[in-house]
Design a protein around this ligand. Structure first.
Ligand code: ZN
Length: 258
């Protein structure tokens, strides 16, 4: 299996060094392009150069955020192949929608489709043997923004202990110890979960006040992003019956007595 990374020129606070586009294939055979990124002519030229004369099977997206999916349709159209993902998004219209458990055959390669909601509801990971293309479910060198916390934690847990040896993420460097990374992600989220609950018990009664307390060590420019993850934690705390929301106010719930 030959795996190439092409880094898009879109570095930033939300994208790290930029979006990783992955080109995956068997030697000189057929290839698949994963996450072609934003529409950018230099990046497109770099992707096309790496493809060479090889035939393209399809263009896949892990999710429809704007740093991953917008070039999928134009690129797929240019090659006359389908663009595939879980669902339509703001700048993505799949020719084929992928479902959990489906196998996409690319030459001799078998790509297993794993639905991993959490970072976004439409998030997929692609598994080939012991290699995972993780999009923004797991990224190199940092935690990720989460929209739905309960599903996110389940999406992490289902990958743990499954024999993965390599993770190629949507941002940052390739990781060679997946279970250690997944354990760190789970521990980090549970620590945030405890800190957020403690802040509410301590009197914080809004998303902003929780962010100020729990993310005091994080640069203010990232607080809007942190607020999304805080909302996701609050959603899980509400599901757990530990807090309640009264309009915009958040209050801790006394433990239920039987
Ligand atoms: Zn991303």
């Amino acid at each position: 299996m030959k795996i190439e990374r092409i880094l898009a020129n879109n570095p930033g606070p939300f994208t790290g060094p930029g979006t990783n586009t992955w080109v995956l294939g068997e030697g000189d055979g057929t290839v698949v392009v994963i996450d072609p990124g934003p529409v950018d002519s230099d990046h497109r030229t770099a992707i096309e150069a790496s493809l060479g004369d090889r035939s393209v099977h399809s263009v896949l997206v892990t999710h429809t955020h704007l740093d991953h999916a917008p070039m999928a349709n134009p690129l797929a159209r240019a090659f006359g192949v389908p663009a595939m993902g879980y669902a339509p998004g703001p700048e993505f219209d799949p020719d084929k929608m992928l479902v959990e458990g489906e196998i996409v055959r690319v030459g001799r390669l078998r790509l297993e489709i794993i639905h991993t909601p959490g970072h976004s509801d439409d998030h997929l990971c692609f598994r080939v043997g012991d290699v995972l293309f993780s999009g923004d479910h797991i990224i190199g060198g940092s935690s990720v923004m989460v929209d739905s916390m309960g599903p996110y934690l389940q999406s992490l847990e289902r990958l743990r202990g499954t024999g993965l040896r390599t993770i190629h993420p949507g941002h940052g460097e390739t990781m060679s110890d997946p279970d250690t990374v997944i354990d760190w992600y789970l521990a980090h989220r549970m620590q945030r979960h405890r800190e957020i609950y403690a802040a509410i018990v301590g009197g914080a009664d809004s998303v902003d006040s929780v962010v100020e307390i729990v993310y005091s060590d994080v640069d203010v420019s990232l607080h809007a992003l942190a607020a999304r993850s805080v909302r996701a934690h609050l959603g899980l705390l509400i599901d757990e019956g530990r807090i309640a929301s009264e309009g915009d106010r958040i209050v801790s719930q006394p433990p239920q007595t039987q």
